[in-house]
Design a protein around this ligand. Sequence first.
Ligand code: KMH
Ligand code: ZN
Length: 290
Amino acid sequence: MAPATMITVAPTGAETAKSAAPALPVTLDELLAAAASCEAAGAAMIHVHIRDANGLPTLDLDRLRDTVQALRESTSLVVQLSTGGAVNDPLEQRLRVLEAAPDSCSLTCGTVNFGDEVFANPWPFMAELYQRTQALEVVPEFELFDLGHICSLDRLLDTYGAPYGGHVHCDLVMGVPGGMPGTVATLVAAVAALPTTASWSATGVGRSALPVALAAVAAGGHLRVGMEDTLSFAKGQPVTGNAQLVERAAALATLAQRPPMSSEDARTLLNVKDRSRATATDEPLARAAG
Ligand code: KMH
Ligand code: ZN
């Protein structure tokens, strides 16, 4: 039987303004409230982008550290920080996200047109980020926006070996204008090209959210949903909050007899480091520095 479904919530992203979507969590309190309601609705992991005091995307390290700690204190979700940030974030700042010691981080496997902009992930950046995940014992989630990104994932694994934790987990991000379309045929082609032992989730941006979720559940994959990717629940119906999207994903998964996975089982699947009792000096970075 296919395993339970790991649901990741991506509550905020870097692209949407609070003024355009009032339910978007942009403050730490809003993020914690969203995390708690999404965990109750069936999420096991949270993919985090943070905002500054003006509600704008930021990679400020102190803020990232505070966010990771607060999420750990108030939920048992696997905490994944975005290293993708916003399209104009400097690569060096994106590399330093790992210093906030999340359980997991996103690692996009190639450059992609992103609407009218470019989401840059040149090979030297990917290679450096990957090696830092290994050194700092952070489990990467390989974000694949296009089929060619799978070739770069293979190159990373061939060149630098297995990720921290030993297990390869990918997320197919589908339906970004400039990336692979959010269709069943594309999902099937992408899954066929993944490393055979990899687990994977899928995310359909915008209108592709539902077809991608249905196809992913049917194909044995996991799900990522949230306001980073989807702002309309249905035609003419803005999303009321992230929990609404997680509830729908959990209902689809349950209907498919692959109910939501607990965060504890997600930790086992991904083999994340147990940081529950870690102090700052236990972290590899602090040990190397001290
Ligand atoms: N905000 C996008 C430019 C990630 O989080 O790693 C990139 C993104 C991917 O969201
Ligand atoms: Zn993201």
